[in-house]
Design a protein around this ligand. Structure first.
Ligand code: HEM
Length: 441
């Protein structure tokens, strides 16, 4: 590790204000100066390695995944508010639940959910006001939340509960961001009762979900939504998931599944609105493949698919993936001590100059020219290895459907020339304002 180029702590202190606002330019400067992997001393964290080297990403997430686990940011800080489920659990607990929940997210099951996802998107689009600037990130946030909600609780009347659940998810995420950005104030958050207050919100969310699950267990379901699949799932010994665990898993699906998708959709719409030619091409695809029957032809809309992929290349919602070494381990010729935090920059990997031609340019065509295998190690919006996003097929269909439904109805126009990013737990846009006008107009 000592051989890796190093960023001294004084440089971090000197740059702390801008790092707090947006750490990505600081990461870029160091990568460009020091190479694809460097180490840094972060006060309170000890030694941290940053890498955008595809060999590191591949080894840590795939080949040597057993030698690593997620950092405490996910397993403790996030778990405190959203519980111990797929996203935040580790070891045997994670393994047995991943095995149990995976079938609910297999392509064949997600395809059965498509009519629910489609009708939820259609309902959400009814809310869009025509011909005035709209905050697309907020709209896509509501849409993505409702899609997860309806995919879990298809027939239930859940609007009031979901409204509160979304509020709590957002309030608690803001608290988590405050805690992450000012770890030295933890004692103050505890002393002033702020931590307790937010833990109470989490308890309220768990109680709300418990009521919905209770009702479903009592009344029975139709077997068609995600909750039915989760209720029917069993461990290897045939036992069902305990209620407490089920609540945590449902809470985690909301958290992991809505903001990431909302970010990707907002960025995708921003790019579409910037480029009239591209928009025309996508509308053509919608008219050819989607306007009449639709759901069978989603995979034929390859320009829409490439546009979404390219938006996630430039702005990957999960822009950094964190792992901690469980033992002394060698990665790409460097020996890591046990307990080393490694931050894999997906944002930087997606802009590697030696692989992506003109990486800063938005160009969906590149995904038509290359298939995913050729991207070998340079494109990871959904992570990789055993902890790869369980919802990736779900998100893919949801996003293709959302873009197709939007373009079927609206012409979208840019209202701003550039988008500012807001890298928090996920990479969000600060604001994306677009104008939606009736397509027939
Ligand atoms: C564009 C949308 C999405 C993106 C970019 C995304 C990205 C990711 C990434 C990169 C990971 C791996 C994190 C790591 O290795 O540390 C992940 C994990 C996860 N995602 Fe997604 N995700 C998206 C949508 C969804 C949806 C729609 C769901 C569910 C409805 C979901 C559920 C999960 C869960 C449960 C995990 C944890 C899996 C495990 O560790 O076993 N995600 N996601």
């Amino acid at each position: 590790m000592k051989n890796l180029p190093h960023v001294p702590s004084r440089k971090i202190f000197a740059n702390s204000k801008r790092i707090l606002q947006n750490p990505l330019p600081f990461h870029r400067e160091n990568f460009d100066k020091l190479g694809d992997t460097f180490r840094i001393s972060i006060p309170g964290e000890g030694k941290v390695i940053f890498s955008r080297d595809p060999a590191w990403v591949k080894q840590i997430l795939q080949k040597q995944h057993r030698a690593f686990e997620k950092s405490k940011l996910q397993t403790k800080d996030l778990a405190k508010y959203i519980g111990k489920g797929l996203l935040t659990a580790e070891g045997e607990h994670w393994r047995k639940h991943r095995k149990m929940i995976q079938p609910a997210f297999n392509a064949s099951h997600v395809q059965r959910l498509l009519p629910i996802i489609q009708s939820t998107i259609q309902q959400e689009l009814e809310k869009i006001e025509r011909d005035v600037p709209q905050d697309v990130h907020a709209l896509m946030g509501d849409l993505a939340f409702q899609v997860v909600a309806k995919s879990l609780f298809s027939k239930s009347d859940i609007s009031a509960t979901m409204h509160r659940l979304k509020e709590i998810t957002e309030i608690n995420q803001n608290m988590l961001v405050r805690e992450m950005r000012r770890p030295y104030l933890t004692w103050w958050f505890d002393l002033t009762g702020q931590t307790r207050k937010h833990l109470d919100f989490s308890k309220e969310a768990q109680d709300l979900l418990n009521l919905l699950i209770e009702k479903r267990s009592r009344d029975g379901g139709t077997g068609e939504d995600l909750l039915d699949v989760l209720l029917a799932a069993t461990y290897e010994d045939g036992a069902p998931m305990p209620r407490r665990q089920l609540i945590d898993e449902v809470m985690i699906l909301f958290t992991a599944g809505h903001e990431t998708t909302a970010n990707a959709l907002a960025f995708t719409l921003y790019f579409i609105a910037q480029d009239e030619q591209l928009q025309k091409r996508l509308v053509g695809e919608v008219e050819t493949f989607y306007a009449s029957d639709g759901l069978e032809n989603l995979s034929k809309m390859e320009w829409i698919i490439s546009t979404i992929k390219e938006a996630m290349r430039i702005f990957p919602p999960v822009y950094v993936i964190d792992r901690v070494s469980l033992e002394k381990t060698e990665v790409a010729g460097t020996v890591l001590e046990k307990g080393t935090l490694v931050l894999l920059s997906i944002f930087e990997l997606h802009r590697t100059k030696s692989f992506w031609e003109e990486p800063e340019r938005f160009e969906p065509q590149r995904f038509l020219d290359k298939d995913m295998k050729q991207l070998g190690g340079y494109y990871y919006p959904f992570g990789a290895g055993p902890r790869m996003c369980i919802g990736n097929t779900f998100a893919h269909y949801e996003m293709v459907l959302a873009i197709a439904e939007i373009l079927k109805r609206f012409k979208i126009s840019a209202f701003m020339d550039a988008v500012e990013i807001n890298p928090l737990i996920t990479l969000k846009p600060k604001e994306v304002k677009l104008i939606f006008s009736e397509r027939s107009a």
